[in-house]
Design a protein around this ligand. Structure first.
Ligand code: TZD
Ligand code: CA
Length: 527
């Protein structure tokens, strides 16, 4: 019997280990989802931003492509805010969307994805609508390889819904076991040249970014830093934790302004940036791009990152393999051991009653959470406090929205927790950010995903107040978010919820939460 496009596609996904589908269905997707195989799992998100966020967390935590199924143009549109982060974090996502039947697309009936291929651009690496039904399994196979090839990233395939019952192309099973490898290392000459520069540098420094964590290259980074006695900075706006935060050589996270970065890197003659853009700036701070006498060498998996940097030399290569080679061949340096950072200032006493200083929240987390806890950060005004205070030593311990798009925290925590069942996931989320994807709580409840959601409730868009100050703009409307009861919202979606407004209270609810195997939301009043 001839196989259908439907059967072949599910076999392909099964062979690829992609048996979890993150989605939100519509009429165009029902023919794909029919007779859903029992060895597959469908994770329903109630809004496509949530669907994409959950898949993003799952993809980042597993390092492998995650499968997403969205509803036509409307569902894709809802997912695109989250897609800004996925593109920047190099998250491997195979995003599919149902299209109207082929014979009607031109008539633009309801829920047509008009110009489907253009819609998700520029937030995907590759976008496609197969020219025939028979090409669908091959196109999905191409999408999986495109997502996984360096630099990893999201891809998009639009599939007309009458394609699924069509017979598949002969020998489609040849797709199942294809191996497409893309990891490359620099030539020996490039590596030797870099080793020489490092050995000869008077005062080199290492700046590490998210892709060091994404490729599990921390051990190589630690080995290189220790052998060459390099002080280490975490790259500005880093979306993952590339180096143990308790390591004595760590200086901290670089700020995201041109002038501040140059000030902090002043005095270094060689700045080796690995696994990050040069640089991911945020606030506009005019100044010199590079301190006097400094040279940048940039190792990245992303040709666009390499090409668009305004300074330095770049090497496009696999981050882990390259770092391992450099660490292996590096000589043991006689330079003095670098100074790390000093202990963070003591947490300020909680001023007025019933509100905690954010420092206290992070100190309590640092003390009570398991050492290998995974943190999701979407509390925008407390990011530096987090980096100062949380011990993060294991790979895959930290996730932050790489392009700054909010709505990340709750769904990404769920996706990461689904991927890492033996570690505790703790999401620290601002009371502004939480609303962009609050419906994700429902999925956490339905799948009993035991993530802990800590909502820092200061009643305002704190980061924007800081920005308003920096930009010297006054009387801006729309910066406060009073009157939201997160415990009621959580309970409405089926998630247990408690409040904490004293340090002791927070200790107690966190201890209890860490004992539970179900999701919980903790609303903490902060100043
Ligand atoms: N919308 C989206 C999708 N992404 C954004 N980044 C913003 C709006 C703008 N924005 C920021 O960049 S930070 C922020 C907003 C609204 C405030 C977040 O408030 P919060 O955290 O309560 O989550 P803080 O700690 O009070 O800043
Ligand atoms: Ca807030």
């Amino acid at each position: 019997m001839t196989k259908t496009v439907h059967t072949t596609t599910y076999e392909l996904l099964r062979e690829r280990g992609m048996t979890t589908i993150f989605g939100n269905p519509g009429s165009n997707e029902l023919p794909f989802l029919k007779n859903f195989p029992t060895d597959f799992r469908y994770v329903l998100g109630l809004h496509e931003g949530v669907v994409l966020g959950m898949a993003d967390g799952y993809a980042q935590a597993t390092g492998r492509p995650a499968f997403v199924n969205l509803h036509a143009a409307a569902g894709t549109g809802n997912a695109m805010g989250a897609l800004t982060n996925s593109m920047s974090s190099h998250s491997p996502l195979v995003i599919t969307a149902g299209q109207q039947v082929r014979s009607m697309i031109g008539l633009e009936p309801m829920l047509t994805n008009v110009d489907a291929v253009s819609l998700p651009r520029p937030l995907v690496k590759w976008s496609y609508e197969p020219a025939s039904a028979q090409d669908v399994p091959r196109a999905i196979s191409q999408a999986i390889h495109m997502a996984a090839l360096p630099p990893q990233g999201p891809v998009y395939v639009s599939v007309p819904y009458d394609d699924w019952d069509a017979p598949s192309a002969p020998q489609s099973e040849l797709l199942y076991s294809r191996v497409v490898s893309g990891a490359t290392v620099p030539s020996t000459q490039v590596l030797d040249d870099l080793a020489d520069r490092l050995a000869q540098a008077r005062n080199p420094v290492l700046v590490l970014g998210s892709d060091v964590d994404a490729t599990r290259a921390q051990p190589a980074a630690v080995k290189l830093a220790e052998k060459q006695r390099l002080p280490v900075w975490i790259a500005p706006s880093s979306a993952r934790c590339p180096f143990p935060t308790t390591h004595p050589f760590l200086r901290g996270i670089l700020p995201a302004g041109i002038a501040s970065i140059s000030r902090l890197l002043d005095g270094h003659d060689l700045i080796l940036v690995v696994g990050a853009p040069v640089f991911r700036y945020h606030q506009f701070e005019p100044g010199v791009l590079l301190p006097e006498g400094a040279e940048v060498v940039h190792i990245t998996c992303d040709p666009q990152e390499a090409a668009r940097a305004p300074m330095g030399h770049a090497i496009v290569a696999d981050i882990r393999l390259t770092l391992e080679l450099i660490a292996q061949s590096a000589s043991a340096s006689e330079r003095p051991k670098p100074n790390g950072r000093s202990a963070p200032p003591k947490a300020p006493p909680s001023g007025h009653a019933q509100r905690l200083a954010p420092e206290v929240v992070f100190d309590v987390l640092a003390e009570l959470a398991p050492r290998d806890a995974i943190y999701i950060n979407e509390s925008t005004s407390t990011t530096n406090i987090l980096w100062d205070r949380l011990p993060m030593e294991e790979p895959g311990s930290y996730y932050f929205p790489a392009a700054g798009g909010l709505g990340f925290g709750i769904p990404v925590a769920i996706g990461v927790q689904l991927a890492c069942q033996d570690r505790r996931v703790i999401a620290v989320i601002g009371d502004g950010s939480a609303n962009f994807s609050i419906t994700a709580l429902w999925t956490a409840a339905q799948h009993r995903v035991p993530a802990i959601f800590v909502i820092l409730k200061n009643g305002t868009y704190g980061a924007l107040r800081w920005f308003a100050d920096t930009l010297q703009v006054e009387d801006v409307p729309g910066l406060d978010v009073p009157g939201i009861d997160f415990c009621s919202l959580a309970r409405g979606y089926g998630v247990r919820a408690v409040t904490a407004d004293t340090e002791q209270g927070f200790r107690e609810v966190l201890t209890a939460a860490l004992d539970q195997e179900e999701p919980i939301l903790i609303e903490v009043a902060t100043c």
